[in-house]
Design a protein around this ligand. Structure first.
Ligand code: DAH
Length: 346
């Protein structure tokens, strides 16, 4: 029996040394240590030996078994390490390769423009306010000197809110401009007033390259003693230079808005062609950028300001239009179509 055990041990250890992968190790274990393995088969014969031989054979058998088992463990560890070493050699991480870029968020171009414009006014002592997008007819029209039936109401195609008062009127709407905040501001404070009000507005109209049903405006209002049209010009000139370049010229032409008198539209000379005429300014050399005017005495009277004592100026502009001019964007609908390729450019 000793001879058989020696044979098995020699053969098994030889085989084990040849093995180089984990799968073959298991096969080796089954072949030698398994239930029908070579060693187990021999050990099973121990019981049929004569009692005096049995003890020694049993001891030798167990010794062989322990040896095979520890050899297997050792070889398993060796192979695992070899495999790992090989893997590390091949899968080496190149830390100099560029990483996977993360998508980085940024401010929407409309918000960037609003921030720049309001910053320019803050630097001139204006305060920033915001107001409600769902507004009363009173603030959107009436208090701004636009009574029911006034032709100026046709200028603003309104989204009415589904709410009726006891007389069957629909006095609530989505504001068509930010001007109602002029009235709300004056109702709530005494002069001097110097505010800019950015915010979303809504108009019921077909969209095209220059019209959206929802868009932004920035309103401005100054009221105090002794404010004149010269203050309007000086303030808006400074604004134009800060946003469109220090060598800008400005031009005012008469325009009509019911809540100002006189009312104007303000243009800047074209920053693209320096006034010579190009695509950006439709060959006129000038670009209209906002409406403005001296606050109408009737508007002041309604909020309880004495128009004999106080005067002021107001203005309103569209930040999308200004962003379009500055960045050469040809269609306002791009701002709100959620196309990340467009938005990523700013
Ligand atoms: N609210 C006007 C509009 O939506 C813009 C405007 C014009 C605002 C003149 C003003 C202003 O404050 O003085 O067309």
């Amino acid at each position: 029996m000793q001879e058989q055990l020696d044979d098995i041990r020699r053969k098994a250890l030889d085989e084990l040394a040849q093995i180089s992968n984990v799968g073959d190790l298991d096969e080796w274990r089954v072949n030698h240590l398994g239930r029908n393995g070579s060693l187990t088969t021999v050990l099973r014969q121990v019981g049929s030996l004569a009692p005096d031989e049995r003890k020694e054979a049993g001891a030798n058998g167990n010794k062989t078994k322990t040896l095979l088992e520890t050899s297997l463990e050792k070889r398993t560890e060796e192979i695992t390490n070899l495999v790992l070493e090989e893997k590390l050699k091949n899968d080496r991480i190149d830390v100099t390769l560029p990483g996977t870029p993360l998508m980085q968020g940024r401010m929407h171009p409309t918000m960037q423009t609003i921030q720049e414009i309001t910053n320019a006014f803050v630097a001139m002592g204006f305060q920033i306010l915001e107001g409600p997008e769902v507004e009363w007819d009173y603030y959107n029209f009436e208090a701004l000197n636009i009574p029911p039936g006034h032709p100026a109401r046709d200028m603003w195609n309104t989204f009415w809110v589904d709410y009726e008062d006891k007389d069957g009127n629909r006095p609530m709407l989505l504001r068509t401009h930010t001007s109602p905040m002029q009235v709300r501001t004056m109702e709530n404070r005494e002069p001097p007033v110097r505010v800019v009000i950015p915010g979303r507005c809504y108009r019921y109209e077909a969209t095209d390259a220059t019209h959206e049903s929802s868009f932004f405006q920035i309103e401005g209002l100054t009221v105090g003693e002794g404010i004149t049209f010269a203050d309007l010009k000086g303030t808006l000139y400074e604004f134009a230079r800060r946003i469109f370049g220090m060598d800008r010229q400005i031009r005012f032409r008469c325009d009509y808005f019911p809540f100002v008198e006189p009312g104007v539209d303000m243009s800047i000379d074209c920053f693209n062609c320096q006034g010579k005429g190009c695509r950006v300014c439709s060959s006129t050399g000038w670009i209209e950028i906002m409406g403005a005017g001296m606050v109408h005495p009737e508007v002041l009277r309604r909020v309880g300001y004495d128009p004999e004592k106080y005067t002021g100026f107001a203005f309103g502009m569209g930040p999308e239009r200004i962003a379009m001019l500055r960045h050469g964007i040809e269609d306002i609908r791009l701002f709100y179509s959620n196309d990340i390729r467009f938005l990523q450019q700013f």
